[in-house]
Design a protein around this ligand. Structure first.
Ligand SMILES: [Zn+2]
Length: 126
């Protein structure tokens, strides 16, 4: 039996659910598996010490444990309109910004940095 559309469909599953980690179609409104609302999720990145979700108005950091296997439950939210002086470090990839009167530095994987930079450039019009 043939499934000619399979590859095409897999290629379009680019939106990772921030709740359960399942890949959903880019335009999905709700996660196929856990039904989490994905309408606001623009990008989701898994990194070593946290998962990062970017919505249209917020960066959300889900802290993970030392081994990067589970979330600790600690969540940091950075509203996009309240952060400033964004800086994408190179060659050491650190994402830096001012928020709440403090300089925040987030170490981030190279490939995640590229996606993050591209998206923030688009939505913040840097
Ligand atoms: Zn899900």
């Amino acid at each position: 039996m043939m499934f000619p559309d399979d590859n095409q469909e897999i290629a379009d599953f680019g939106l990772i659910c921030p709740e359960c980690g399942v890949a959903n179609p880019e335009n999905a409104e709700y996660c196929l598996v856990c039904e989490r609302d994905l309408r606001n999720t623009l990008l989701f990145l898994e990194d070593d010490s946290f998962d990062l979700e970017i919505t249209s108005d917020c960066i959300i950091e889900y802290r993970k444990n030392f081994w990067g296997t589970d979330r600790t439950g600690k969540v940091n939210k950075y509203p996009l309109r309240e952060i400033s002086n964004l800086e994408f470090g190179h060659p050491i990839t650190r994402f830096k910004f001012d928020f709440n009167g403090k300089r925040h530095v987030i170490p981030i994987k190279n490939e995640n940095m590229d996606s993050l930079k591209k998206l923030l450039n688009e939505i913040l019009d840097l």
